[in-house]
Ligand binder design. Structure first.
Ligand code: C2E
Ligand code: MG
Ligand code: MG
Ligand code: MG
Length: 285
């Protein structure tokens, strides 16, 4: 049909593009509104210490509680927030709420928050974070920020400056999704992180192949020889957990311990401990 009627096809594409632009504009407007009205909500995923498997804190993961579409994951809106410059507002609002939520939890529990690459180029990042810590009374030494390697590629000097200002406040900095970037070793040499988070794509396969397992083992050793602690992301089975623990990985995170949860669920998790909630989740699944 398109071949015979060239013009009709052209018009069809044009209107399809219009449609796409309209949808995008609507999404941006909805997201702006959601941020302003507090519908971007912090969810919390447990982090445990591997020897002992004790709960040590949570990673804050953004969820959009959408009135029509339900609870939306970050893949639906974080890149839009980044492209439109809304990510700062989104992040600071999330951090503020998370610090308030955490006020009810035992004081040894830590919070980790994800920082978008472009935020790391912002010379006021540390100041903004400090203002939120002061406002909420959450101590800097209970906060960790996570950045991915794409943040480092943009401007090494700006990144180094932000990293240092955060660490001077007492905030720890983790390199997230380690192993998925393309110059990991270079960045480890140039910048002083506190933690390496080994990407889920490595962790999931350690029980499947010996080569993968060797690679993960090497990352753990690399981390500890540089004085960094390591966290394995995406632990889903106890086989992987036992192995990681045996190799000396310091922390673990994954569905085995718990999925990202709302504040209410997290309150219960904190009260009942990981085991019971995990069991309940397995029954529910
Ligand atoms: P991330 O920081 O690497 O977070 C871990 C992601 O892996 C989360 O996905 C989590 O739900 C998922 N995950 C954890 N354990 C398991 C597991 O055992 N199995 C599987 N299949 N998945 C697991 P989520 O919440 O969809 O977040 C995706 C990404 O979105 C995050 O990856 C992070 O890069 C980004 N993100 C989330 N919240 C924020 C935010 O507030 N700001 C920014 N800039 N990025 C965020
Ligand atoms: Mg993260
Ligand atoms: Mg990660
Ligand atoms: Mg990841």
């Amino acid at each position: 049909q398109g071949k015979k009627d060239g013009r009709g096809t052209y018009r069809f594409f044009e209107s399809a593009m219009d449609e796409e632009l309209r949808a995008r504009a609507l999404l941006e407007r909805d997201l702006r509104e959601a941020i302003n009205e507090g519908r971007i909500e912090p969810f919390y995923q447990p982090v445990v210490a591997l020897p002992g498997r004790e709960l040590t804190g949570f990673e804050v993961l953004a969820r959009w509680r959408h009135p029509e579409r339900g609870v939306l994951p970050p893949s639906e809106f974080i890149s839009v927030a980044e492209e439109t410059g809304m990510i700062g507002d989104l992040c600071y609002d999330l951090l503020r709420r998370a610090c308030r939520d955490a006020a009810n939890w035992p004081s040894h529990l830590q919070l980790a928050i994800n920082i978008a690459p472009q935020q790391f180029q912002d010379r006021w990042l540390a100041e903004q974070i400090l203002a939120i810590l002061n406002e909420t009374g959450f101590p800097a030494n209970r906060l960790e920020v996570e950045i991915t390697e794409s943040a480092l590629i943009q401007d090494l000097e700006a990144t180094r400056a932000t990293l240092t200002s955060l660490q001077n406040l007492g905030v720890r900095v983790a390199l997230d999704d380690f192993g998925t970037g393309y110059s990991s070793l270079y960045h480890l040499r140039e910048l002083k992180f506190d933690k390496l988070k080994i990407d889920r794509s490595y962790v999931n396969t350690i029980t499947m192949s010996e080569e993968r397992a060797k690679l993960v083992d090497a990352i753990i050793k690399l981390g500890s020889s540089l004085g960094l602690v390591t966290t394995a992301e995406g632990i889903e089975c106890s086989g992987s957990l036992d192995w990681l623990e045996g190799q000396g990985c310091d922390f673990g995170q994954g569905y085995l311990f718990g999925k990202p949860m709302s504040k209410a669920e997290t309150d219960r998790y904190v009260e009942n401990g990981p085991a019971e909630t995990a069991a309940r989740q397995q029954i529910a699944a």
